[in-house]
Ligand binder design. Sequence first.
Ligand code: SF4
Length: 267
Amino acid sequence: MVYSYTQISRYLRCPRSYRYRYLDGWTEKNTKASMIFGRCFETALAAYFRGDDCTQTLFKEWGSYRDAALEYGNGDSWDKLVHQGVHLLEMFARDNRIGIPGPQKNLQLKMSRKLSGNSEFVGYIDAIGNVDGERFLIDWKTTTSRYSDSPDGLLALDPQLICYSWLTGIHDVALVVFVRKRMPEIQYLKATISEGQCEEFGRLVSETVNQIEAGRFLPHSGIRFPINGCTTCAHLELCLGTQPLIDSKLIRQPGSSDLDWLDQFEE
Ligand code: SF4
């Protein structure tokens, strides 16, 4: 078995949702404009570091979705997203705080780590490079609202960054957040993940994999604040048994052991 951060975090959020996705094959139809735009934006960022025209790349990538039937968030449109994207790319170039030496090998790095038995944990790291002249593991995010940056040190509790630190052995991590709001903003957030946090994450992965391989998929349902995961769960309709919504929102793929890396673009 091959595991990823997305799989482990889905299991921890709700084991039943994990079973729907990875064992039964129920996936969301990939029509969220924000998620697809995030992927196009990251392709444009890669072009920037290769020295290519990143604005042109963004237009080309996002342009192929111009007439697609995508679900846009409140007040969003194809034009608005591309406008925000260009603005953010220009800001990023002006800030000039990130350097990626050898972009061919230091962007979208596949890393893996052996687990017990025949299992393996695999992750794709957005970048390893310099932030303000110092070496960091870097994760990009596109989002519509700022990340919380207080109290100091909060970012060191981000489970995805802890996971990547555990996977790579790099303890200095940075999150570069491209905030798509009326006045676009880029946050450069840094943290140091301790060795102890990495060890604990490794234990969390082992325990979670043991639960999965033992077939334990009891639901962690929740509809009351602050545990209201069901209201944003991709599999809500399966739990409620509402067939018309299942048909409109989900598709069922046979097998389904593939890794849904794109979940990582969730806002
Ligand atoms: S709707 Fe709730 S109980 Fe059902 S899979 Fe989603 S999170 Fe779990």
